[in-house]
Design a protein. Structure first.
Length: 572
RNA sequence: GCCCCUGUAGUUAAAUGGAUAUAACGAGAGCCUUCUAAGCUCUUAUUGCAGGUUCGAUUCCUGCCGGGGGCACCA
């Protein structure tokens, strides 16, 4: 990679001619208008060696030219003291050949080699709707998982689902009140989950209604019975039914989204261990009693105090999360155990991690939480209690339907069409999530929905589909791919292609898939422009090179999309 | 009230302390008897305010103003 080679070279030279500067690293970056790469090293050195930046640059260039780094064609000093590198076209052409050689392995690296990573993400709750926020967590978690895998890590995907707790009690109470509306077993999953959503809403409203003390008592009682497994036959049946409906529904979505979990954890498994942990550590003073509840005094550590066991003695989500941490640790000894949730839980996880640090610092040191921004609708705050959420299913299905209408490939059957439409619809939602910085909120306008044009997943997919179409035709025509013997000049495309491994590295290192999005848009745009303005198949002598370049573009687009959890269809 | 995050064209976003802040959408003008028009080409416009650090600040620091989130038995 050019960046790394030049950085090493420049650093070596600096150590040689300015040892007194005592510099440990320099950065060489891609430059758009001034050569191919540039470094600010001379400006950084300037005050350390007491010379003007341009003079320092001059001396560095002299030394660099003597070294004759063969990929560099020309070096210049410019502006306040930048050193600009012009890279030889031959280097970029060789890189195209290299991409063809690497094939689907392009972008793989060993930065995370031997590292064991567990990522918990998505975390929908049975009995509640799978909403747009879950879609967001899923897209981010899946992408991070794939980025770690490309770095050589062993990744386990985990999903934690709240099949026990107050929200379940609320939904069950709601179901009991509306038994006559309950869908039959033969009903569709959509009908079943819609019913559960309504039942939860009903129970939640009743619980929140201060006048309705009877409902509150009953819901609390149901909650207790579930924890104790002491519920009657009818309640048990409702519970089993609702839980199963939810899980079936989630699996359908995961399949569409392209996520396959290795481990499922449930709150019904974590609460026993969690409760025990809190009780054990209450004696040791890690936890304290307060108003009949057991709390972790986060305020001692600059955090919030939080309740771990409520005054009924039942574990809250906090205690269950401690139990989950142990359960995960028993299942898989990860070097890094990541939890992805919306940023509203960021403060909460600081408390959990601090509490775990007090209980078992060896486990706590592997834990990390990533809070992503919230998906906010232009129509106001979404709330599953109020029932004005946008469900994951509706948004995905709408996009798939839109994509289906745009497909105009001849000679494919309905099933193939459905598959392609799904791939495109999922790409649209995932890309629109992932192209933002993870921590920032995303404003989602349900009216405008999500674009298939411009900065979008389908745009990148489309560029690849065009490339694939060219490759099919090239094969029919018998054009041989040859990237090595080309001696002409290169375009932006080769230069962008060359950066791919650096982008993969940065996206993984900074846990920031949006760098990959930005990169893919740039590459797709350069290729689309090339495609529109330059003949590829009918270009005589250079056809074999242009087709080779097309294949390299397609390969990089495919691998880049894969790292975002997006599939690239051959045709669309 | 306390704590955390955040403020970039009309809108949605991007920019490892670097040179002329980058795209898309929108608006306007063109381009399918050549490889998929989900496309291409051109035009249009931006760093909340006030200081500070720096050769250089959208980026770092302080204050103010706006937005979001969290803060006891929900998840």
């Amino acid at each position: 990679m050019v960046k790394e080679i030049l950085e090493k070279e420049v650093l070596t030279i600096i150590k040689e001619i300015f040892p007194e500067a005592d510099i440990s690293g320099v950065s060489v970056d891609v430059s758009d208008n001034f050569g191919d790469y540039a470094t600010n090293a001379a400006m950084v050195l300037s005050k350390r060696v007491g010379k003007s930046p341009r003079d320092v640059a001059g001396e560095l260039i002299k030394a660099l030219e003597k070294e004759k780094v063969n990929l560099v064609e020309k070096i210049e000093v410019a502006g306040p003291g930048f050193i600009n590198f012009y890279i030889a076209d031959k280097f970029f052409i060789d890189n195209v050949a290299e991409i063809l050689k690497e094939g689907h392995g392009i972008g793989k690296n060993e930065k995370e080699k031997e590292r064991k990573v567990m990522i918990e993400y998505t975390d929908p709750n049975p009995f509640k709707v799978f909403h747009i926020g879950h879609l967001m967590t899923n897209a981010i978690g899946e992408s991070l998982a794939r980025l770690y895998e490309f770095g050589g890590a062993e990744v386990k995907r985990a999903n934690y689902q709240g099949d026990i707790g107050l929200h379940v009690a609320k939904a069950l109470w709601g179901m009991k009140q509306t038994l006559d509306e309950m869908p039959k077993d033969s009903a569709t999953l959509t009908e079943k989950t819609a019913y559960l959503g309504k039942a939860y809403s009903f129970g939640s409203d009743a619980y929140g209604d201060e006048e309705n003390t009877k409902a509150q008592e009953e819901i609390k009682e149901i909650n207790k019975q579930i924890y104790e497994s002491s519920c009657d036959k009818q309640l048990r049946e409702l519970y089993d039914k609702g839980r199963q409906w939810s899980f079936d529904h989630f699996e359908v979505l995961y399949k569409k989204l392209g996520t396959k979990f290795d481990h499922y954890f449930f709150e019904s498994q974590t609460f026993v261990e969690g409760t025990q942990l809190v009780k054990d550590n209450l004696k040791k003073g890690t936890f304290e009693k307060s108003d009949g509840a057991v709390i972790f005094p986060g305020s001692k550590y600059g955090l919030h105090d939080r309740v771990f066991l409520n005054s009924q003695g039942l574990p809250t989500y906090e205690a269950k999360d401690l139990g989950l941490t142990y359960l995960k640790y028993k299942t898989y000894k990860a070097d890094l155990s990541l939890v992805i949730t919306a940023s509203e839980q960021t403060e909460y996880f600081k408390v959990i991690i601090e509490a775990m640090k007090q209980i078992n610092p060896d486990i706590a040191k592997h834990m990390a939480h990533i809070g992503h921004g919230m998906m906010r609708a232009t129509t106001g705050k979404m709330s599953s209690r109020k029932g004005n959420v946008i469900t994951g299913e509706s948004i995905v299905n709408n996009l798939i339907e839109m994509a289906r209408k745009k497909i105009s490939i001849e000679g494919i059957n309905e099933k193939e069409k459905e598959n392609i439409a799904t791939i495109i619809g999922v790409a649209a939602i995932k890309f629109s999530i992932l192209r933002h910085q993870i921590g920032k909120d995303i404003v989602f306008d349900p009216e405008k929905s999500i674009s298939f044009e411009g900065d979008s997943g389908p745009y990148v997919q489309y560029a690849n589909a065009r490339a694939q179409s060219i490759l099919r035709k090239a094969e029919e025509k018998g054009i041989e791919l040859n990237a090595k013997d080309y001696t002409g000049s290169v375009t932006d495309i080769e230069k962008i292609l060359q950066r791919f491994p650096s982008v993969v590295g940065r996206a993984a290192r900074e846990q920031a898939p949006h760098f990959m999005c930005t990169y893919l848009l740039e590459l797709a745009s350069a290729f689309n422009s090339f495609y529109a303005n330059t003949p590829i198949l009918n270009s005589g002598d250079v056809a074999s090179y242009r087709v080779a370049l097309t294949r390299a573009v397609s390969q990089v687009l495919k691998n880049g999309l894969y790292m975002l959890g997006i599939t690239a269809p051959e045709r669309m």
